[in-house]
Design a protein around this ligand. Structure first.
Ligand code: GDP
Length: 179
């Protein structure tokens, strides 16, 4: 609940090619924030995380495609009502970086331009087989007006930071609108 009984609940979607680490990013984030129990994720479409932003409790409902993208069929329902999006590629697989343009197009079709967007280069622990430079990620993010971060769901590098930057940006956008 916010100061005057307001509740902040924002939907965030994770998109990107199959096997870039979307599910692991979400479970890494959720596990760090909450408990150590590993729950079955089959059939689970989203997880809710509570974050304190400037003394306000903000809930982020974070959606995972649960493999829908394998069939190139992420439904419009998946995107509906999203305030934020993480566009994920795998730094060790160039084709997943090249797909980002398509994911951006899809996001533009389904969401309005105010959606907070972050480009995420996951698997940065795989430096020895890196296929996309940090510079390329940065350049694309700059050209498209996205936040950018390289993460590793495996060793937890920047996972919390990435999600919480998006959550904070959404919160700031909404606060600006209210003022
Ligand atoms: P999704 O299909 O995008 O949800 O991808 P998954 O989360 O299922 O991950 C696909 C594969 O990549 C699995 O074998 C994961 O163990 C592996 N993986 C995910 N994140 C990382 C990471 O940060 N580093 C490494 N080395 N492997 C990862």
């Amino acid at each position: 609940m916010g100061e005057e009984g307001e509740e902040y609940l924002f939907k965030i979607v994770i998109i990107g090619d199959s096997a870039v680490g979307k599910s692991n990013l979400l479970s890494r984030y959720a596990r760090n924030e909450f408990d150590l129990h590993s729950k079955a994720t089959i059939g689970v479409e989203f997880q809710t995380q509570c974050v304190d932003i400037d003394g306000k409790e903000v809930k982020a409902q974070i959606w995972d495609t649960a493999g829908q993208e394998r069939f190139r069929a992420v439904t419009s329902a998946y995107y509906r009502g999203a305030f934020g999006a993480l566009l994920v590629y795998d730094i060790s697989r160039r084709s997943t970086f090249e797909s980002i343009a398509r994911w951006l197009d899809e996001l533009k079709i389904h969401c309005d331009t105010t959606v907070a967007r972050m480009l995420v280069g996951n698997k940065c622990d795989l430096e020895n087989i890196r296929d996309v430079s940090t510079e390329e990620g940065k350049n694309l993010a700059e050209a498209e007006g996205l936040f950018f971060m390289e993460t590793s769901a495996l060793d937890a590098t920047n996972v919390k930071t990435a999600f919480e930057m998006v959550i904070r940006e959404i919160f700031n956008n909404v606060s600006r609108k209210v003022l």
